[in-house]
Design a protein around this ligand. Structure first.
Ligand code: SF4
Length: 280
């Protein structure tokens, strides 16, 4: 939900956002989509900001020679490819032939000595496979250096059964502990699972925030509400938007919740804070 839906940000808009981020000392910008590799000019602009590390969350289907050249030249661009387990689970969720394509991509990246990672959407269906030694050793053997686990967040009633519950979250937590000890050749990040150890929800500028493709500054991709557009304001002003301040200053980000995503669980509260901010 954007305060003022507008056209997509242009390449120049993104260039300005990256420059402002650099000036503010931001050192980590995650590019995600949709499919970020459809915006090659944006990625080229990111490559020029060598003070900032840009993990690029991609489905991998646009990784061609030109991109490999670019990644080789600009080592601050790190592709993170979506994979959902082995061939069966990956092709079922991402499309037929995608698993083989990802394996070929990994071979090309490894041949150039490029750092890359994998992003896994964790569901009740694939959780055992994507935490198994067989899966992780396969990735590691192909040169993968990081695995990012993202808990599936249901957007429809029908998909609710795929969302990890308490039992799965406990399982993932225990598996992450084991992996970090037994398979230390890769880095493991769990989102939002690791937030407990980093002091709660880090959205709304507490640790990061999200800019959607139209420029709306949102607390987090899992909380897509916005009262400010970076097309009209500086990044610094966006960080202090009414909605972000209301979330940060009233302790909402630290409140107890059933697990998973606190702001997703408190959607009604976020909507009321958004309305207040828009009408103040
Ligand atoms: S909004 Fe949800 S997913 Fe985003 S940082 Fe907060 S708890 Fe994590």
């Amino acid at each position: 939900m954007d305060a003022r839906p507008t056209a997509q940000l242009t390449d120049d808009d993104w260039l300005r956002v990256f420059s402002e981020a650099d000036a503010l000392g931001i050192s980590f910008i995650l590019l995600a989509g949709g499919e970020p590799m459809l915006r090659k000019d944006v990625i080229q602009a990111a490559g020029k900001r060598q003070n900032i590390l840009f993990p690029i969350f991609t489905n991998g289907t646009f990784l061609n020679e030109a991109y490999l050249e670019l990644f080789d030249k600009c080592r601050n661009l790190v592709p993170i490819m979506s994979i959902e387990g082995g061939k069966e689970n990956t092709d079922a969720r991402r499309g037929r032939g995608i698993y083989e394509l990802l394996i070929r991509n990994m071979e090309k990246l490894q041949a150039r000595g490029l750092v890359f990672g994998a992003s896994v959407t964790v569901t009740t269906q694939n959780i055992r496979e994507v935490t198994s030694d067989a899966f992780l050793k396969e990735l590691s053997g192909r040169g993968c250096k990081a695995v990012i686990y993202v808990e599936f967040v249901p957007v429809t009633e029908e998909s609710r059964e795929l969302a990890p519950g308490d039992a799965e979250r406990e399982y993932l937590k225990a598996e992450l502990k084991r992996m970090r000890q037994e398979l230390p050749e890769m880095v493991y990040v769990s989102f939002p699972g690791d937030e407990k150890s980093s002091g709660g929800c880090v959205a709304a500028g507490r640790g990061f925030f999200h800019i959607n493709s139209h420029g709306g500054a949102e607390p987090c991709p899992f909380s897509p509400y916005s009262d400010t557009n970076v097309r009209d304001t500086s990044l610094k002003e966006a960080l202090n938007s009414g909605l972000f301040r209301a979330l940060r200053e009233n302790g909402h980000l630290l409140e107890d919740h059933a697990g998973g995503c606190v702001l997703n669980e408190k959607r009604e509260l976020v909507e009321s804070l958004l309305a207040l901010s828009l009408h103040s």
